[in-house]
Structures are given as structure tokens and as C-alpha cells.
Design a protein around this ligand. Structure first.
Ligand code: GTR
Length: 408
């Protein structure tokens, strides 16, 4: 995964716990009117305030009035995995102007099952070596290890990310998985980011100030929501038990999708780090200043004004995680993934827990960071895995366990 290791690492990045500045987190359960939020009803309006702040200051606002995708079958279901699963390819299309290729695996029976919905980095053909999967022709980040040459996938690209998509395991646990290439929605480079769904927003966001317009993370998140809608129109998938999942930059997108779209029953953040599950105010590993200069196309322009003055941000990421409540949230870190600030991810999760308590739901329930490879919690789960920045079979095992315990 050479390309996902091109961290625009900041040479002066802080990895010293003793140099984390003293900080005060903005409150979750105090409204803009300074009144304490003590009821589920009061939470609904506090929730709306926070959602608005994340749109205005961080990810940008999702344009109003975007169309819903039409869906069509690209092929008929094919039995795979020794007859244990159906594999099918679909296309989502908007106004004939943009489209996304979707790959679905589901158990080979008639009952509806929970469905994991997540984007992939190198095309559906990279998720599984099966030669019948359409080879993506879209722009991709060049990555020799993933068979990407001159920004296009080659036959050598097939199956190169299969390790990150343990479909056999998902099927064995009686779940389905739906994936699409994230670049179909928004190619991950400022020069080409508009070559996806971006034109759909033209004429629909005139009333949104330019500095508050969405970036690539917003587009990926919107696409995930569209996939959830589409799942409701496909056989065998229980869209009421849909799980949005993402690793790293796509973990940021999964969180933003999951907080905006309450139709997702569970939200999974895998090593999402800065701008995802990690607290910005800790200044540990990647920072707001760093991320907005390395990836100017990911967030709204306003976010870049907070580089070096994170304490002035009206939000921090514990408030984002809180917006998943009282649904199921699973946050995962990896011990060697210091760039993503594992402790900052845990502290945000722990600080968000009070909203599950407000709802009388068993959330995380612990205050100390757990040991490595020891998952904790109920409707809020957290684990920190041995190893580095990645999504592994171990991580998927934990997410499937959460589905079994909390979503059945
Ligand atoms: C890095 C970026 C991280 C994370 C990572 C990834 O370059 O700094 O925020 O998104 O990429 O997506 O693997």
C-alpha cells in the first residue's frame, strides 16, 4: 500500500505526550445558548447546531437538492465462494452526468442481512481478483504496488487490495458488503477532483459561501449515503441495518456520512486520525495546518484558517463522534499508527460517551484506554490493534462481532 503511506508527514510533527498542550474541549451537552442539554429532545436541537458547525467550519456544507441515483444491474448475480455468496455489479447514475460502479457480495439465501457499505482506493477490481469484475477506467493515484500506471488501472491491479476486504469472513458471519471506487465520486487530487459528482452541485450551492462549500470528503460521504439508499432497492440487503465503514481518509468520510445520514445503523472509523476520530487540539501527529495544506481539496476552505490555532476551532472531533448517538459506533486505532494519534481517537470516543448515557444506552463504559488487542464497550466500541496504519482481517473480525452483539 505504498500510496496510502505517502503521508505528507510534517517534519516537526509532535509524538511526545509531554508536549501535548493543555486544552479545553468545547462541550457536547451545552447549547449555543449556554443551557445544559439534559433530555433527548434537547439533544435533537444541540445535534442540529453541531452538525451545522461541522458543515460550516470543517467538511463544508452538502449542497441541497441533489438528485437521488437511479440504479441498474451491470450483470446478473453470480454464485461465488464455493456457492456461499452472490456477487453482483450495479451502476448508480445521476442525471446522466455522473456514475459510480458498485460491487455487492451477499450470502446465498433469501433472508435480508446487515450490509457494510464502504469505498475502496483502487477500484472494485482491486477488491477481488475475479476477472469478471469490471476493470475501472477512471483516474487513480499512481501506485506501482497496486498496478496503477499513468493514473489508470491495469490488469495487474486486480485483487491488489483483497487483503483489506475479507469477503469470505463477512459472508461467514451472515453479512453483506457493498463497495465502490472513491474516485468515481471525487478523484483524490485537487487538479481532477471535479471529474466525479462535483458538477451535480453546480447551480445548487449558490447560497453557500465559497469558503463553506464541500470538498472531496463531503462528496465521498454523500456517495456513501447514496449507496445506502441504493441498498434498499437491492435484493437481500437490509438497509435498516447498514454499516458505513472506511479506513483512513475514507474513515473520515465514513464518519461524516454516518453523522449526516441517520439511516446508517452503525458507523465504523478505522484509523481515521486527523479530521476523523482524533482530537484536533492535542497537536499530536497530523495537524489541521498540515492536513489542509497537504490535501487542500478534502475539506472546506474555512478549515485551513485554523491551522496553528486549533484552540479557536468551534468544534473538536469528540463532538463529531457524539452525533452518531444513540446508534452503534466502532472506533479503531493501531498502536504504531502514531500519525493518526491513537490516544486522541480514544479520548474523543470516551468524551462522546456521555450522549449514549443521556439516551440510557450502554456506550463505551470505560474511562481508561484499553490494552492492545482488547476491544471494549457496547453500543460504542473501541479497539487498538497491534501493528500500523491499515485495515486488517482482525479489524473486520471486531466489526463483525459488534454487528452480532449490537445490531441483531
Ligand atoms: C495521509 C493523511 C492521513 C490519512 C492517510 C490515508 O497522507 O495525512 O490523514 O488520510 O493519508 O488516507 O491513508
Amino acid at each position: 500500500f505504498a500510496s496510502s503511506r505517502i503521508h505528507a508527514q510534517e517534519p516537526e510533527a509532535n509524538y511526545d505526550e509531554a508536549r501535548v498542550p493543555a486544552y479545553t474541549l468545547p462541550p457536547i451537552l451545552v447549547g449555543a445558548d449556554r443551557a445544559a442539554v439534559r433530555t433527548k429532545v434537547a439533544w435533537r436541537s444541540r445535534r442540529a447546531e453541531l452538525l451545522d458547525l461541522f458543515g460550516a467550519h470543517m467538511y463544508g456544507r452538502t449542497p441541497p437538492g441533489l438528485p437521488t441515483a437511479t440504479i441498474s444491474e451491470v450483470d446478473a448475480p453470480v454464485a461465488v465462494l464455493d456457492g456461499r455468496a452472490w456477487r453482483q455489479q450495479w451502476r448508480l447514475e445521476w442525471e446522466g452526468r455522473a456514475s459510480v460502479d458498485v460491487l455487492v457480495y451477499r450470502p446465498r439465501h433469501d433472508r435480508q442481512v446487515p450490509v457494510f457499505i464502504g469505498l475502496n482506493y483502487f477500484g472494485n477490481h482491486a477488491v477481488d481478483p475475479d476477472p469478471a469484475i469490471r476493470l475501472s477506467t477512471r483516474w487513480m493515484r499512481t501506485s506501482e504496488a497496486n498496478g496503477i500506471v499513468n493514473h489508470r488501472a491495469t490488469e495487474a491491479s486486480r485483487g491488489t487490495v483483497a487483503r483489506r476486504w475479507p469477503i469470505d469472513l463477512v459472508i461467514a458471519r451472515d453479512c453483506a458488503v457493498m463497495t465502490a471506487y472513491y474516485g468515481d465520486l471525487a478523484p483524490d487530487d485537487p487538479a481532477v477532483v471535479r471529474q466525479g459528482i462535483a458538477p451535480l452541485a453546480d447551480g445548487r450551492q449558490d447560497r453557500i459561501p465559497e469558503a463553506e462549500r464541500w470538498g472531496a470528503i463531503g462528496m465521498w460521504a454523500w456517495g456513501l449515503s447514496q449507496m445506502r439508499h441504493a441498498a434498499g432497492r437491492m435484493p437481500g440487503l437490509d438497509a435498516g441495518r447498514s454499516i458505513v465503514i472506511g479506513h483512513s481518509r475514507l474513515g473520515k468520510a465514513a464518519l461524516w456520512a454516518g453523522v449526516q445520514d441517520e439511516g446508517f445503523a452503525m458507523v465504523v472509523s478505522n484509523d481515521s486520525g486527523c479530521g476523523g476520530a482524533a482530537l484536533s487540539r492535542r497537536i499530536y501527529g497530523e495537524t489541521i495546518g498540515g492536513i489542509t495544506s497537504s490535501f487542500p481539496h478534502w475539506f472546506c476552505r474555512t478549515l485551513s484558517t485554523y491551522g496553528g490555532r486549533e484552540s479557536a476551532m468551534p468544534v473538536d472531533q469528540h463532538q463529531l463522534l457524539a452525533l452518531v448517538a444513540p446508534r452503534v459506533l466502532h472506533v479503531a486505532s493501531a498502536i504504531d499508527d502514531r500519525w493518526a494519534d491513537p490516544r486522541g481517537e480514544f479520548l474523543a470516543t470516551q468524551a462522546a460517551d456521555e450522549v449514549w448515557r443521556l439516551h440510557g444506552v450502554n456506550g463505551l463504559g470505560v474511562t481508561e484506554m484499553p490494552r492492545v488487542d482488547k476491544p471494549v464497550g457496547a453500543h460504542v466500541r473501541y479497539h487498538i490493534r497491534t501493528g500500523g496504519h491499515d485495515i486488517t482481517r482482525y479489524d473486520w473480525e471486531q466489526y463483525l462481532e459488534t454487528v452480532t452483539r449490537e445490531l441483531r
